[in-house]
Design a protein around this ligand. Structure first.
Ligand code: T3D
Length: 262
């Protein structure tokens, strides 16, 4: 059988491809186990300094594989809370906490948890023909995988409510103009742009970039004053990295810095 997740590592960049194209890369238990393993490999591999996530075939990810849910009358109701606790939440946390930039290349429709995984990445690019659907409301569920947090933060409450309560398809260009994603690009440019961005980021001060992620994530719970304190603490750590020395040294010597991610 085909693996549900493909992982390739080259030039400091890990490319993770969701690989169940016949069901638009929807998640079953095997795919959850494989993605967990892939992200843990990425995290442990000191060579890897950027991660790209994309989907194979015409879709990015249609969320939970609904054929895995027995909802026949009389069947025992699956405990969705357990599925979220054991599978989706750890996945979302592992993406957010990865100490390197995570780029999502949304190659086609991103629905349900698939949409919210894309929105939890650090830089989300989408092909012009891609779209985002908060499909949950159409089957009686609520947006999970961080959706109820990401949507209002990214696009404001009015648009978050519209998306979550109506489940309309938001095309990539609209998503870019709303600030839901970083950029919408031509279909045939998507992977090239995503990989170029990742290869660039993989040459940058990885520890510094990881601290930037931490600071921005923390900002949503902090007051301005608390955030100033956090910036002090994280800048202290950034200032102790080899890459900070290299960055300042290269600037003063008017040469291109050679960052090691250390
Ligand atoms: O259960 C828990 O653990 C709780 C957690 C939940 C997290 C969630 O993600 S809940 C939300 C689940 N996802 C959805 O409700 C989306 C369902 N899919 C769709 O609405 C549509 O497929 C799309 C809008 C995404 C795309 O539409 P379209 O017309 O481009 O494609 P299609 O024909 O509907 O789908 C193509 C095939 O993929 C089709 O199979 P077939 O007929 O060719 O054999 C379709 O059944 C299959 N597919 C698409 N999405 C899913 C799926 N199969 C299983 N599960 C899916 N989610």
């Amino acid at each position: 059988t085909q693996p549900s997740i493909l992982l390739e590592i080259d030039q400091g960049v890990a490319l993770l491809t969701l690989n169940r194209p016949d069901s638009l890369n929807s998640f079953n238990a095997d795919m959850h186990a494989e993605i967990r393993n892939a992200i843990s490999q990425v995290r442990k591999n000191a060579e890897v300094r950027a991660l790209v996530i994309t989907g194979s075939g015409r879709g990015f990810c249609a969320g939970q594989d609904l054929s895995d849910r027995n909802v026949a009358p009389g069947a025992e109701v699956p405990d969705l809370g357990e599925s979220i606790e054991k599978r989706y939440n750890p996945l979302l946390r592992s993406i957010r906490e990865l100490p390197m930039p995570v780029i999502c290349a949304v190659n086609g429709v991103a629905a349900g948890a698939g949409a919210n995984i894309a929105l939890a990445c650090d830089i989300t690019l989408a092909a012009k023909s891609a779209s985002f659907i908060q499909a949950f409301c159409k089957i009686g569920l609520i947006p999970d995988s961080g959706g109820t947090w990401s949507l209002p933060h990214l696009v404001g409450m009015a648009r978050a409510k519209g998306m979550a309560l109506l489940g309309d398809k938001i095309k990539a260009e609209q998503a870019e103009s709303w600030g839901l994603i970083w950029r919408c690009v031509e279909d045939d440019q998507l992977m090239e742009e995503a990989m170029q961005l990742a290869r660039h980021l993989a040459t940058q001060p990885t520890k510094g970039l990881a601290l930037i992620k931490r600071a921005l994530h923390a900002s949503t719970n902090n007051t301005f004053d608390q955030q100033l304190d956090l910036e002090r603490d994280l800048q202290r750590l950034a200032g102790r990295t080899e890459d900070y020395r290299e960055g300042v040294g290269a600037f003063m010597e008017k040469r291109t810095p050679k960052f090691k991610g250390q």
